[in-house]
Design a protein around this ligand. Structure first.
Ligand SMILES: [Zn+2]
Length: 128
């Protein structure tokens, strides 16, 4: 069981499975929403229990909706818009209490990354 929360603690969640290895997304949307780049893990929707859901605000873009705490602004969830076809949701790694028991697997959308940092951890990098 993995637990996490937003910064202010109004939103808490539990994930009842091991956390798959996260990817770090460097696309423009994730960079703006997270403030840097966003590492998240895809978990089965039915393994997630959220408390304080009334504090989660969703921002929808073309492919997904992004959930964040409306009190403190913490990035929490990335949910595919086509939820009938997808039984998973992504949770921001920064919201988890440690230990998470996992490590980054790869970087994605590296073609869109910011110009102010280097990726030097030796992990695979996908342009998209
Ligand atoms: Zn909060």
């Amino acid at each position: 069981m993995h637990k996490g929360s937003c910064l202010c603690g109004k939103v808490t969640f539990e994930v009842d499975c091991d956390l798959p290895r996260p990817s770090a997304c460097h696309c423009g949307q994730c960079r703006k929403h997270s403030g840097h780049f966003e590492a998240s893990t895809d978990v089965p929707r039915d393994a997630v229990t959220v408390r304080g859901e009334e504090y989660v605000t969703w921002y929808s873009s073309t492919k997904a909706r992004r959930g964040f705490c409306k009190v403190c602004g913490s990035s929490l969830f990335w949910d595919p818009l086509d939820r009938d076809k997808h039984n998973w949701t992504a949770i921001a790694m920064g919201a988890f209490d440690t230990p998470t028991g996992t490590t980054l697997e790869r970087h994605i959308f590296v073609a869109d990354k910011g110009d102010y940092y280097a990726i030097a951890d030796g992990l695979p990098q996908n342009d998209q």
